[in-house]
Write a protein that binds this ligand. Structure first.
Ligand code: PLP
Length: 387
């Protein structure tokens, strides 16, 4: 069966009620008929559920559907995208290890890499995602992992997954890919050699801005290590959130097609607007990595970013003039969302610090929703008049 069918049809075992939609297993723990079955479960001689910090049928259903979509052997679901990022680092890196990351990564991931990993004696090197020579120069005898996001948040840089896979195989490194922006219906990094793929399920996977979630999928033996780390440290996904997210996966493919079609249309209409100095969308030929995007993605995704010629002040005016698009910190919703990092999430940074993480003064990120494309476009056009 096609992964899209599997993401709809894989489910937890039917109960005696013969329900069509799978039930929510909202329980902290599971019972045993006798001391022997409890002993054998604790001794890992059976796969019986013990406690929902370890495993839960609703969570497993979500994981199994994600594995089908990503083409992964196994997975483990956690409470948020950041707990997926953190678990994927802490399970495999130890004091004395070195780690390579592309320099364009999500803000909280940047904080983990630069502030917390060094506290545990883990050293890092940031590399330019487009410059493989730079990657080669970063290699040390103690390098263990390469981490990257593609497309990146918020700059929409595309990293070549095939080259990343070849590089990691050559140097025997774990390739760890944050696939949040593309989603598994659009891009499957395992096909290109990724060992681990992580997601913030809070974004497109939920798709309606309701719950937080994260997941790591990949090679069975690696996921087993992640499971052991999480089972003891406790970032488990709530069964309720897993139940919501499993239902969301049933519509992910059709939703992402429409998000991407709306985004492409809006990007094309805005590209030569006089108030915009540049605009990026992976499936526009003007995108610097358009050829790579076309090779590894099915569509350009649902995010557009552009630079307002009027800089910081224009960014504030752009947000204030919006009538339909939401001003909120999330992305990947049915509702279109606009954000202006320089006056909000990155306002506390100096100009130089913002420049270093590619947050330009007039940068606007649009998460294109499922409203009618002309309503989204009209709202952007009318607020641009005021910038
Ligand atoms: C690319 C990327 N990775 C990870 C995260 C973190 O996810 P969460 O907010 O679910 O912890 C985000 C959140 O925006 C993200 O955009």
């Amino acid at each position: 069966m096609d992964p899209i069918t599997k993401a709809i049809r894989i489910r937890s075992d039917k109960t005696n009620e013969m329900e069509h939609s799978s039930p929510l297993f909202l329980t902290s723990s599971f019972t045993f008929d006798n001391a022997e079955s409890m002993r054998s479960a604790f001794a890992d001689e059976t796969d019986d559920n013990i406690y929902s910090r370890f495993s839960n049928p609703s969570v497993q259903e979500f994981v199994d559907r994600m594995c089908a979509l990503e083409g992964a052997e196994a997975g483990y679901a956690v409470a948020s995208g950041m707990s997926a990022v953190f678990a994927s680092f802490m399970t495999f890196l130890k004091s004395g290890d070195h780690f390579i990351s592309c320099n364009a990564v999500f803000g909280s991931t940047h904080t983990v890499i630069t502030k917390y990993l060094p506290k545990f004696g883990i050293d890092y090197t940031y590399v330019n995602g487009q410059n493989m020579q730079n990657w080669e120069e970063a290699i040390r005898p103690n390098t263990k992992m390469v981490f990257l996001e593609t497309p990146t948040n918020p700059g929409l840089e595309i990293i070549d997954l095939e080259l990343a896979g070849i590089f990691c195989r050559k140097h025997n490194l774990i390739l760890n890919v944050d696939n949040c922006f593309a989603t598994p219906v659009n891009q499957t990094p395992i096909k290109f050699g990724a060992d681990l793929v992580i997601h913030s399920a809070t974004k497109w996977i939920d798709g309606q801005g309701r719950v937080l979630g994260g997941v790591v999928v990949g090679k069975k033996e690696l996921i087993h290590e992640i499971y052991l780390f999480c089972r003891s440290t406790g970032p488990a996904m709530s069964p309720f959130n897993a139940w919501i997210l499993s239902r969301s996966l049933e519509t992910l493919d059709v939703r992402m097609e429409r998000h991407a079609a709306n985004a492409l249309y809006i990007a094309q209409c805005l590209e030569s607007h006089p108030k915009i100095s540049w605009l990026k969308y992976p499936f526009l030929s003007s995108h610097p990595q358009n050829q790579i995007a076309k090779r590894q993605m099915k569509n350009g995704g649902g995010i557009i970013c552009f630079e307002l010629s009027g800089g910081l002040d224009a960014g504030r005016k752009f947000l204030n003039g919006l009538q339909l698009l939401s001003m909120t910190a999330n992305l990947g919703d049915t509702k279109s969302i606009a954000s202006h990092p320089a006056s909000t999430t990155h306002a506390k940074l100096t100009d130089a610090e913002r420049q270093a993480v590619n947050i330009t003064p007039g940068l606007i990120r649009i998460s294109v929703g499922l409203e009618h494309r002309d309503d989204i476009l009209q709202d952007i056009l009318q607020t641009l008049e005021k910038c």
